[in-house]
Design a protein around this ligand. Sequence first.
Ligand code: UDP
Length: 376
Amino acid sequence: MYRVLFVDHAQALGGAEYSLLLLFEHLNREQFEPFLVCNPSPLAERARQLGVQVIEITMPRLRKNVLAPALLGRGAYRLAKVIREKRIDLVQSNVMRASFYAALAAWLTGVPLLWHVRDLYTPGVYVSWMARVARAAVAISRAVKEPLPATLPCYVIPNGVDLSLFRVPKTESETLRRSWGVPEDGALVGFLGRLRKWKGPEDFIRAMALVQARYPAARFVLVGGTVFANGGDYEEELKTLARGLGLGDKLFFAGYRRDVPQVLAALDLLVHCSVVPEPFGRVIIEAMAAGLPVVAYNHGGPSEIILHQETGLLVPPRDVRSLAEAVGLLLGRPEWARALGRAGRRRVEQCYEIRALTRRLEEVFVQVIEAERESR
Ligand code: UDP
């Protein structure tokens, strides 16, 4: 039995945490015993429900913090204690701040570190340091791998989805559509993601204002809340923008939803328009799993996931007019849109199915642990 310690500091659930929870759910427990070190958080609760041994250690923010060295030292010391006590074979770090703590603790204990790279970094001190401490990395997309030094062994293993969750009875999706005021003959275009500026909700609203001029029966929904607390009044700002562009009664703000498969089943297409390159974009594979075509800005992870004109449409980043045109094209050709959606689901079956991807990750875990054992 291999004992693997996962480290993630997130206080709210984002794509990285949903991916980690899916990994816990599908990890082969006959071969691996998972442990999780995290801040007290919803992640801790959800991981416990999945039978993971959770140890809560506070890992405070380090950036712009004069106490950073002391906090990092204390957190890493506690983490190192867990690594020794639980006789951990491998430390797997999930996101940037957690990786700082995990890397220091792994270095202190000599236990190998697998760096799960879930962000797009620019080469610099952090990347060089992590690349030196980690035995290997797993990158969630080719875009994420690119800035990493070639000396670091790096496996590209994308995030996955559980396809069985995305078969939703029609009655459920129809109820949702009615509650959002979608007319019988109207299409519903959605945005799904945290309400943060870089996720591009403003571009979505501006583009949909152009779309509704041509397709008055179409309706739009913005799904997602201001998770990670620092959203402020952004939602209010977005509502004002929508009203100003004449979308008042056509764009529904659904807030943060826990029933994403049901939400996706109610849509006709998903728009993904992060204004800076997205490291991956879980919501895209989820939409494809739900059989939706996806229109996205052509950069970062989305360019790798979406096959242009096969599973969706890719348009130049930050080009609101092209975004609107692409959505209009699909609304005008619903048969084609549905065919793209079906192809998307097949692509998820082939490339993003969680069980197959978990087996690939497990192979990497074993490889790193066994290489370490041999080198001793
Ligand atoms: N999500 C959710 N409810 C919402 C909005 C988002 O459960 O209202 C989930 C979404 O289904 C996805 C994750 O949050 O699994 C977002 O992952 P993604 O990689 O797209 O973005 P991130 O939050 O990691 O930047």
